[in-house]
Design a protein around this ligand. Structure first.
Ligand code: APR
Length: 313
């Protein structure tokens, strides 16, 4: 049986971490693609040489030629600029939308049967553009944000209560911006509602920190944005697809009426299995959460409209 093939479009901080995690997890062979000459090849060689130590047999190659992603089962896209301090994700729109147009053409022509996970920011606009430009079905183009944002929420709650992160379940939905929506009504600690453990005022602080968590890291790093946690989140999604795990994970999905929205991508709970994004899982939100989701959705629509304006110039 042939091994799966994972193509990583963009071999920067997240791309390199994705390659390392994919190899360690034994997800398949890995191709690192980047426009910078030598860099993906160098990272691939470095990772290959880690194989005998970690005991992974994956073939890891670097390339500047889209032809080398042919036959990929999964493409994970991180091509584009990352934030610097003082920038919002939306500030990346002009540059990254042009890059995404090229990337989508490369995937469409060389890996037409792949499951595509977009990470590049501003996420919701970039994944919308990727779907449009590849022409792929909505089941095969998703955005990674919710797994990461939910993990941030879970980490902060676990740290607050000094409990295992595994005992905290939570979902953050909506757009991948500062108005994302932590769904407190479905957040549990050891199976019981989080509000039984943490007072309202403190929960509000934790939720605000969650919304700004990406910016907190940018402020500390100064030269770029988070990469370990985004890569780990995308690998979890890729694994659910490749191993048909059917995990329910929050992800940016193309909506056609779910949660009252249509025609663009938004972070919602999704079942990911061998069929790709097999189902958007709908459940009742509180009135406030539903309102907050609408606000976040309106922001995503504004960003997509701004992107369309830029691309039309
Ligand atoms: N095609 C392929 N790769 C490209 C292209 C292109 N047209 N343009 C730029 N790249 C590559 C860069 O050469 C760089 O190696 O994308 C890579 C991005 O890597 P980093 O700058 O290290 O950024 P990273 O931290 O990996 O984040 C990538 O994900 O989370 C988002 O906001 C983040 O948009 C950013 C993306």
């Amino acid at each position: 049986m042939a091994r799966n093939k994972i193509a990583l479009i963009g071999a920067g901080n997240i791309g390199g971490t994705l390659a390392h995690l994919a190899a360690i997890e034994g997800l398949g062979d890995v191709v690192l693609f980047d426009v910078v000459e030598g860099m993906p090849q160098g990272k691939a060689l470095d990772l290959m040489e880690a194989g005998p130590i970690q005991a992974f047999d994956a073939e890891i190659t670097g390339t500047n030629d889209y032809a080398d992603i042919a036959g990929a089962d999964v493409c994970i896209v991180t091509a584009g600029l990352a934030r610097k301090p003082g920038m919002s994700r939306d500030d990346l729109l002009g540059t990254n939308s042009k890059i995404m147009t090229q990337v989508a053409a490369g995937i469409r022509e060389n890996a037409p049967d792949s499951f595509v996970i977009v990470i590049s920011n501003p996420l919701d606009a970039m994944v919308t553009l990727c779907k449009r430009e590849t022409g792929f079905a909505k089941s095969h183009v998703v955005g990674m944000a919710g797994v990461l944002d939910s993990a941030r929420y879970r980490s902060f709650i676990a740290a607050e209560l000094k409990v295992s992160v595994e005992s905290v379940q939570a979902m953050v939905l909506g757009g991948h911006g500062d108005d994302m929506v932590p769904i407190r009504s479905s957040c549990t600690v050891g199976g019981a509602p989080v509000a039984k453990f943490i007072a309202e005022a403190r929960l509000l602080e934790i939720e605000e920190r969650t919304r700004k968590a990406g910016g907190e890291i940018v402020g500390l790093l100064k030269t770029g944005s988070a990469f370990y946690s985004p890569a780990t989140a995308a690998i979890r999604m890729a694994k659910s697809y490749l191993r048909d795990k059917k995990e329910i994970l929050p992800a940016a999905a193309y909506l056609e009426g779910e949660y009252g929205h249509s025609g663009f991508y938004l972070g919602v709970p999704c079942r990911i299995g061998a069929g790709g994004l097999e189902e958007v899982v709908e459940f009742a939100l509180t009135e406030q959460e539903a309102k907050d989701l609408d606000v976040s959705a309106a922001h995503v629509q504004e960003t997509v409209a701004a992107m369309d304006k830029i691309l039309a110039q």
